[in-house]
Design a protein around this ligand. Structure first.
Ligand code: FE2
Ligand code: FE2
Length: 202
């Protein structure tokens, strides 16, 4: 991380602070979605809880790892930076949907999918920045977490599709689940292709 921050420490701390702000929000979003599905969601959605909890633990690891990196570069893990403020403002609508009013499981999953799309894009930028700065160690560390985010995104995408089939087409969840398993396999292929493109880049 030192090489990446050597000539641009304040800007790199700003970018890391932005990711940290989003990861903190992400942990809170997962906690809220898990709690709402557990208490209020129809039982047909309870099969999602295990993977949602695993995703939440990875978001927590990302948060704690970013705090460590920021402190190692001499920054404060609780400072509000320009980009962290941007992330907070951008995610305000998602937080509003998940934390306030909405209890319908498909709405919660849809909002979480939007959060994961933004989260993936954020880590993707960090991987590219580390590559452009020639910081191989930072790039590998960012890429490891980007790959975890890509899996979160695939899972949420398939969960929203499964929920939409139930809610919009009236298909029973069992039928959707069968297709979901197949789509997950296709998704794993897309994930591998995406990881290959990222590995080739920068
Ligand atoms: Fe994340
Ligand atoms: Fe994520």
């Amino acid at each position: 991380m030192e090489k990446l921050a050597r000539n641009n420490a304040a800007q790199v701390l700003d970018a890391l602070g932005a990711r940290l702000a989003f990861e903190r929000t992400g942990v809170m979003l997962y906690d809220t979605v898990i709690d709402k599905i557990n208490r209020l969601g129809e039982p047909r959605y309870h099969f999602l809880l295990g993977q949602l909890r695993r995703n939440r633990e990875e978001e927590k690891e990302h948060e704690e790892w970013l705090e460590e990196q920021i402190r190692a570069l001499g920054g404060s893990a609780h400072e509000i930076t320009t980009l962290s403020q941007l992330e907070v403002e951008e995610s305000a609508g998602i937080v509003s949907v998940i934390v306030d009013g909405h209890v319908k499981v498909l709405h919660l999953l849809h909002a979480l999918l939007a959060a994961e799309l933004a989260d993936n894009a954020g880590w993707d930028v960090l991987v590219a920045l580390a590559g452009a700065a020639g910081d191989g160690a930072a790039k590998r560390a960012f890429k490891k977490r980007l790959h975890e985010e890509m899996k979160h995104l695939l899972f949420l995408r398939q969960a929203v599709i499964a929920g939409a089939k139930v809610e919009i087409l009236g298909q029973p969840m069992a039928r959707s689940l069968k297709k979901w398993a197949g789509a997950a396999l296709l998704g794993a292929g897309a994930l591998a292709a995406g990881a290959f493109l990222i590995a080739k880049r920068a």
